[in-house]
Design a protein around this ligand. Structure first.
Ligand code: ZN
Length: 77
C-alpha cells in the first residue's frame, strides 16, 4: 500500500509539473491560431464535397472547386 501511495505521489508530482510547465509556455508564447496562414485555409467544393486549399482552388460565383470538372458541373447545374 505504501508503495502504491508513493507511485501515486510521483505521478501527481509529474502531472503538477507538466501543468505548471504548460501554463508557463502558454504565458511565454501568446496563443496562436491553430490554423496556418490563409494560404492553407481549406474551402469546400460544393460539387464533390472535397476540401481544397484556397490558394489552389478554382473559383467561380464565390464558390471554390477542386477541379475544372467540378466547376463546370456547378455552372451547368
Ligand atoms: Zn470537386
Amino acid at each position: 500500500m505504501r508503495f502504491l501511495l508513493r507511485v501515486l505521489g510521483v505521478f501527481l508530482a509529474i502531472y503538477a509539473a507538466l501543468t505548471v510547465l504548460r501554463s508557463l509556455l502558454a504565458a511565454i508564447s501568446p496563443a496562436r491560431p491553430i490554423r496556418p496562414a490563409s494560404a492553407g485555409h481549406l474551402v469546400k467544393d460544393p460539387v464533390c464535397g472535397t476540401y481544397v486549399p484556397e490558394g489552389s482552388a478554382l473559383k467561380a460565383e464565390k464558390q471554390f472547386f477542386c477541379s475544372e470538372e467540378c466547376r463546370q458541373k456547378f455552372i451547368k447545374s
